[in-house]
Design a protein around this ligand. Structure first.
Ligand SMILES: Cc1cc2nc3c(=O)[nH]c(=O)nc-3n(C[C@H](O)[C@H](O)[C@H](O)COP(=O)(O)OP(=O)(O)OC[C@H]3O[C@@H](n4cnc5c(N)ncnc54)[C@H](O)[C@@H]3O)c2cc1C
Length: 499
């Protein structure tokens, strides 16, 4: 029997120590990829342009209350995030959100009503169910009922969720029930959402069962009932999701990785057997103009992992990966989250459950989360104050706050919160506000995004010593980005150590 000496642990460790990987971008994708490399002994340098790592996981401090200004939970599906949290010793911090229904606001002729239970992506299993009928009215319910009597194959295999719903159950179901969910969750119109990705099995069940509402019921029964509907369950962390970022940074430090913030990478170029990365130090907004060190930086490495947003990744990579230019860039919605700390005793008994989705076009805000109603740990931390976060902006619709000053954005958010919660909130109730801007990656469930992502990934993987991670390739959400970044880093690490 021959022994492959390249797999000898001592030999591998020695090889690892000689390798250097540069990670560009310190969002969750970059942090995970960096950790996967660092934990086998590879030298890792992570460069992040912002003054803190975490990307869309961002901590805000509102008058001493630390909370999430970006991602605030994770989908439990797949168990990947929980497994990571266990590895990092954070199991004790995992919490479920408080029970409590969400609401819908901006329903024509109705105003606000509880979001009906028992559907999938807002598509109801029974259009005559009381909470559904309250939103779409009798006429909408009878139109939706036609779905039960129309033959299933008249429309063929429909990819667009919006078109499928409108043709089977009518425009009211699409506009009042489905659009608020897809806009709130994916920042996208239902017409752009690919049914087969957003609700796998729904089309097949439709053909099998003979109606869309019947297919919804069949899928929910198959998933074990309402509580276990696919993709529905989320969990959070006591202290917020940035606790995860802190733990990853600590781990990177333990593994000897270098994390540099305030460093913007400008180019990634192949040289002989490795890579060179040019960067510049981001100017400190608080520093004197004369003091600013516009020091250009240059790094070399055996491999590079690009973990930025799509636009930045394409700009950095296209010169070295011309095939990327053929995988058409997708547009990414720009959204803003304004988080408000309120002195508002009228919100102590949550008037609209844990949050509100809006019928598109009815309000300038896209959605609202009543954070102190949703998370018990936050209610404790806030004492007798309330916290709500108001989201603005969606695909093709700039955030209404985009051009406003911070004060004006907070004022608008307060007015929207009052309207969405159905409770007067005087300007004096506003104790503090935090505003954050994000470019959200196009979700994986947008029609055509699967092909675009596969083409981009194939183009990158064809280049030795290069990897790309992050939501623009993995799909939006921690449950997607984390396992994908692990897999990509593992692929790269194998090529570095074993080839
Ligand atoms: C407001 C909001 C709420 C969300 N809520 C949830 C939620 O509750 N649950 C959930 O699972 N998901 C949620 N998501 C989605 C989830 O947060 C993201 O999918 C995920 O965090 C993306 O991670 P990423 O590493 O791909 O990108 P990012 O987090 O965007 O990180 C990319 C990083 O690259 C850096 N960068 C960019 N260009 C350069 C450069 N040239 N040089 C150096 N650094 C650079 C950026 O500064 C950034 O830190 C939310 C997203 C948003 C925006």
């Amino acid at each position: 029997m021959t022994v492959d000496s390249s797999r000898d642990p001592a030999d591998l460790a020695a090889r690892a120590a000689e390798r250097h990987v540069l990670v560009v971008g310190g969002g969750i994708g970059g942090l995970i990829a960096a950790r996967e490399c660092a934990k086998v002994g590879i030298r890792v340098t992570l460069l992040e342009e912002a003054d803190a790592v975490g990307g869309a996981i961002r901590r805000a401090d509102l008058d001493g209350v630390a909370l999430d200004a970006g991602a605030e939970s994770f989908a439990t599906r797949g168990g990947h995030v929980r497994a990571l949290l266990e590895e990092l010793g954070l199991t004790d911090r995992i919490v479920a959100p408080e029970a409590g229904s969400a609401w819908l606001a901006g329903i024509p002729g109705v105003g606000a009503a509880p979001l009906p239970v028992g559907g999938i992506l807002g598509v109801p299993a029974n259009p005559f169910q009381d909470d559904v009928r309250r939103v779409i009215g009798w006429s909408g319910a009878w139109r939706a009922y036609l779905d039960r009597v129309r033959p299933p194959l008249t429309i063929g295999h429909q990819l667009s969720l919006g078109k499928l719903v409108a043709s089977r159950m009518g425009a009211k179901v699409r506009d009042r029930l489905v659009a608020p969910v897809t806009t709130g969750v994916y920042s996208a119109s239902p017409d752009d959402v690919d049914v087969d990705i957003a609700a796998p099995g729904l089309n097949a069940a439709l053909t099998r069962v003979g109606s869309l509402s019947g297919a919804v019921q069949a899928l929910r029964d198959g998933a074990g009932g309402a509580a276990k509907a696919p993709g529905a369950a989320v969990e959070g962390l006591v202290g917020g999701m940035s606790v995860l970022v802190d733990a990853l940074v600590e781990d990177l430090d333990r593994f000897g990785a270098e994390v540099r913030t305030g460093v913007r990478v400008q180019s990634v170029r192949r040289i002989d057997a490795g890579w060179t990365v040019e960067a510049e130090i981001e100017p400190d907004p608080d520093a004197d103009a004369d003091e600013e060190a516009e020091e250009p930086l240059s790094f070399t490495a055996d491999a590079v992992i690009v973990a930025t947003s799509e636009a930045a990744a394409r700009a950095l990579l296209t010169p070295g990966v011309p095939a990327l230019a053929h995988a058409a860039p997708s547009s990414s919605p720009e959204i803003e989250i304004v988080t408000l700390l309120l002195d508002a005793p009228t919100l102590r008994v949550p008037p609209r459950g844990t949050g509100v989705l809006t019928v598109p076009g009815s309000h300038t805000a896209k959605a609202l989360t009543h954070s102190t109603a949703k998370w018990g740990w936050l209610r404790e931390a806030a004492g007798d104050r309330e916290i709500v976060r108001v989201s603005f902006g969606a695909q093709g619709e700039p955030a209404a706050t985009a051009d406003l000053s911070d004060d004006d954005a907070a004022e608008l958010a307060l007015r929207e919160a009052s309207a969405l919660l159905g409770v007067p909130l005087a300007p004096g109730s506003l104790l503090a506000a935090h505003r954050a801007r994000y470019v959200q990656s196009q979700p994986a469930s947008i029609i055509g995004s699967g092909e675009r992502r596969a083409a981009a990934r194939a183009a990158v993987q064809a280049v030795p010593g290069l990897a790309v991670v992050g939501a623009w390739l993995a799909g939006t959400g921690l449950a997607q980005v984390i396992p994908d970044a692990k897999d990509e880093a593992d692929r790269l690490r194998r090529t570095l150590l074993w080839e």
